[in-house]
Design a protein around this ligand. Structure first.
Ligand code: IPE
Ligand code: IPE
Ligand code: MG
Length: 257
């Protein structure tokens, strides 16, 4: 973690996102361009995760959610899935102490039943160990899909209704939101995707409703503090209207002083 963070002239603290969600894409291509196996790129990508955690801590950005493995990534070749699972396991063994020392609360979202008991155990230990930390809420999405998330929320609602604990007529957006992953965090303000593709790939479909989207061609292992600063500077310049008119937003800003 030695890459110095470039200072920026045009982003002040009030313009910072409270929650950044990142699709960490491009590891395979990064490795292939070097004539190496795709798994070499995944290992290199793990270092970029450390950098992003450090940058969020330095900038006091309170929440970071990282897409590490999607529901669909299970369909990749068996060897690649196996290598990724070993990498998660090793990363958990290696990183949790340091995350804890820096006050990071670590959590996971996704379908845990698909993961091996050994990984699940490490995830639970990491979550329990860091549960009281408040410097950064770090969520790692593993075996996660936005459609899976909506389906599991619907299942919970149906079970509560069937058990007589919930009136179906009372199901509104807030009731769904409460049962989605990340319910206790503010929704992501800034969505970053590396690797050049401009798509969501079944990440946080519900939670990204009003996120600002930022894409870069940089492949994930090359993503740097400078790239993050570009994303933050761009975010600071966006006008977030949430359905209102530009004039309404401007008067809201002047009212707030
Ligand atoms: C992202 O990099 C990591 C995972 C999806 C697990 P990729 O492995 O998708 O890399 P590319 O997109 O093929 O280069
Ligand atoms: C999205 O990347 C998932 C992760 C980064 C974990 P993919 O590489 O799986 O996405 P597609 O296949 O290009 O849409
Ligand atoms: Mg990819």
């Amino acid at each position: 973690m030695t890459d110095p963070t470039p200072a920026s002239a045009d982003a002040d603290a009030s313009d910072l996102p409270r929650h950044i969600a990142i699709v960490m894409d491009g590891n395979g291509r990064w490795a292939q361009r070097r004539g190496r196996p795709r798994t070499f790129g995944h290992r290199a990508g793990a270092k970029t995760v450390r950098l992003c955690v450090r940058l969020c801590l330095e900038r006091h950005i309170p929440a970071l959610t990282l897409f590490a493995f999607s529901s669909e990534n299970w369909k990749r070749p068996r060897e690649e899935v196996g290598a990724l699972m070993s990498l998660f396991m090793r990363s958990l063994d290696r990183e949790v102490d340091e995350l804890h020392e820096h006050g990071v609360r670590l959590r996971f979202i996704g379908e845990r039943a698909d993961l091996s008991p050994a990984i699940r155990k490490r995830m639970e230990l990491g979550e329990r160990r860091t549960a009281a930390n408040t410097a950064l809420q770090l969520t790692v999405a593993i075996s996660y899909g936005g459609r899976w998330d909506i389906a599991q929320a619907a299942r919970q609602l149906a079970q509560e209704a069937a058990a007589g604990r919930l009136d179906p007529a009372a199901i509104d957006e807030a009731a769904v939101a409460q049962r989605m992953a990340l319910a206790e965090l503010p929704p992501p303000d800034l969505f970053i995707r590396t690797g050049g593709d401009r798509r969501i790939s079944n990440f946080l479909l519900w939670q990204l409703a009003y996120a600002e989207l930022w894409f870069t061609d940089t492949l994930w292992p090359d993503f740097s503090a400078t790239d993050m600063q570009h994303a933050l500077d761009d975010f600071a310049r966006r006008e977030r209207r949430f359905g209102l008119t530009g004039a309404q937003c401007a008067s809201g800003r002047s009212l707030r002083g």
